[in-house]
Design a protein around this ligand. Structure first.
Ligand SMILES: [Zn+2]
Length: 121
């Protein structure tokens, strides 16, 4: 019998199967400090927990969305909490996320592409 995966298991699997490096989430959130939430328009910042930038999967992982650059927007924590797992199909600020990530993924010091995280346990 095939057991239905829990939300946490689905999330873990989506991150494990992702082509994005381990540092992606940390780096992209940092890059959005000072930028505006595409939903409520607040300025996202690191020193106010309610408006910290958070990763939003445009198609939620619970509904089969992937943890890949094409499916990711950055919105404030309050909006993220109010959306929860409802299906969001708009792209939100995915174009901006892609643009910023394309600039970030090159290590400034040696120009090398950031390594994909090692999934071998
Ligand atoms: Zn917001």
């Amino acid at each position: 019998m095939i057991k239905e995966l829990t939300a946490v298991e689905k999330r873990k699997l989506a991150y494990k199967n992702s082509s994005l490096p381990y540092c992606f989430e940390y780096k992209i959130r940092n890059a959005f400090f000072g930028k505006y939430c595409p939903i409520c328009g607040c300025q996202m910042t690191h020193n106010n927990n309610l408006v910290k930038p958070t990763i939003q999967h445009n198609v939620p992982i619970s509904l089969g969305g992937k943890h890949e650059i094409d499916n990711i927007s950055v919105i404030c924590k309050s909006c993220n909490a109010s959306i929860r797992n409802s299906a969001i199909t708009e792209k939100l600020n995915n174009d901006l996320v892609k643009e910023i990530w394309n600039n970030l993924r090159y290590d400034e010091r040696n120009g090398k592409l950031l390594e994909k995280k090692n999934h071998n346990l």
